[in-house]
Design a protein. Structure first.
Ligand SMILES: *Cc1c(COP(=O)(O)O)cnc(C)c1O
Length: 396
């Protein structure tokens, strides 16, 4: 018998029966998408989710995640990007042009500010950083002729100031400035980004998430999303997304789809554990400040209370400056369950020291001592308290 040719293997006559159904939507992988004939190829419209043209423009797998994310955030359309930072870059490069200005809160995700300082500046796009606790009137006074885009983060993920989100969004809207929220902390659960007042009257224009964090939930996927309610704004972002080639891998999308149903349960567990640990930290003499927006006294707590139903699993502590960095570093090194590493949203608790004075404008948050940011995972809370306790002993 002759061995089969490659042609026989590529153009094999078998096709599996149609109608397969399983709880998970399936991993469809493609660059090439096949058309039954030339007329079908000519008729396809890549902008609509009514068909398929090319892997970069969407597959059943990516469309499914986009639709579920739009539902999660209370939006109408979503786009996927290969990381949270790529989602930030997509918004900037889709909406800003030379001589425009973007406003970014001082406590924003660091690389968002770095992008403005370097690539945006090189394209002649101006930026200013603002105090995250600015009030609406002061923001209006900052907005100028060239101001086109306002970034918001609620709260900043290291110093944890929660802004007057609805006040700032209303002020920006009155001035004709597009609002974009980095909603990684809220994850679509702590508050409704497109319905900030609960009566449908006010929302951000765009919500960006690092799906890398809570939606993925495993610390093993990088992905971002850009969600909107306005069709024209979505199309503007979608064209830029297509022209910039922001593709995502089907296996990564499938990992997020698998984690998404447990997101509300995990988020609630992270929230409860973080609040318990934060309150415990408030009682420790070496810690002079606990930054968690749900704790009275934390910067912007009153704004958190007005906007939010819950909180994420993040908080920061500020150590007595008299201890110095060397002893605080030793504290972090002594932790056993809290591991040292960036990012958050996975089952494993993490700790990262941040030198705030060097990284941000210190006057906006009053952080004076060494700061350690904790991302609380899903371990037993009593074990995590025990871990903090044994490491604090090294400071005594
Ligand atoms: C992690 C993070 C990002 C970036 O996400 P990546 O997927 O790591 O690029 C953006 N914003 C916030 C608030 C984040 O925590």
């Amino acid at each position: 018998m002759k061995p089969p040719t490659s042609t026989e293997l590529i153009h094999h006559p078998y096709t599996p029966p149609e109608g397969f159904q399983a709880p998970q939507p399936g991993v469809f992988k493609a660059s090439t998408v096949l058309f039954p004939n030339v007329a079908a190829l000519r008729a396809r419209n890549w902008k609509e989710k009514t068909g398929y043209t090319y892997g970069l423009h969407g597959t059943p797998t990516t469309f499914t995640l986009e639709e579920r994310l739009a539902t999660l955030e209370g939006g109408r359309q979503a786009l996927l990007t290969p990381s949270g930072l790529a989602a930030i870059a997509l918004v900037d490069f889709a909406l800003l042009k030379t001589s425009d200005e973007v406003l970014i809160p001082d406590n924003a995700y660091g690389p968002n500010k770095e992008l403005a300082r370097h690539e945006l500046a090189a394209f002649g796009i101006a930026h200013r950083f603002y105090d995250p606790l600015i009030d609406a009137e002061a923001l209006k006074a900052m907005i100028g002729e060239r101001t086109r885009l306002l970034w918001l983060e609620a709260p900043g993920s290291v110093t944890m100031e929660f802004p007057d989100l609805s006040g700032l969004v209303r002020a920006a809207r009155e001035c004709g400035v597009i609002t974009v929220l980095d909603n990684t902390w809220g994850a679509g659960l702590a508050f409704r980004p497109f319905d900030l007042c609960g009566d449908g009257s006010l929302g951000v224009d765009i919500s960006v998430q690092a799906l890398t964090k809570y939606p993925s939930g495993g610390g093993d996927v990088l992905m971002g999303s850009v969600t909107t309610v306005d069709e024209a704004l979505h199309l503007k972002l979608k064209f830029a997304h297509m022209r910039q080639g922001w593709g995502v891998g089907a296996n990564d999308v499938e990992a997020v789809l698998r984690s998404l149903p447990t997101l509300p349960l995990r988020y609630a567990a992270h929230d409860e554990a973080a609040r318990e640990l934060a309150r415990w930290c408030q009682k420790q003499p070496e810690i002079v400040q606990v930054l968690h927006p749900a704790l009275p006294g934390s910067p912007g707590h009153e704004h958190w209370r007005r906007h939010c139903r819950s909180a994420a699993g993040l908080f920061s502590v500020v150590f007595d400056p008299a201890l110095g960095w060397a002893r605080v570093d030793a504290f972090v090194d002594t932790l056993r369950l809290f591991r040292i590493g960036y990012s958050w949203g996975g089952p494993m608790s993490l700790a990262v020291p941040y030198d705030i004075a060097g990284a941000m404008r210190a006057q906006t948050h009053g952080v004076r001592g060494p700061l350690v940011r904790f991302s609380v995972g899903l371990e037993a809370v009593s074990d995590l308290i025990g871990d903090l306790e044994q490491a604090l002993r090294t400071l005594r």
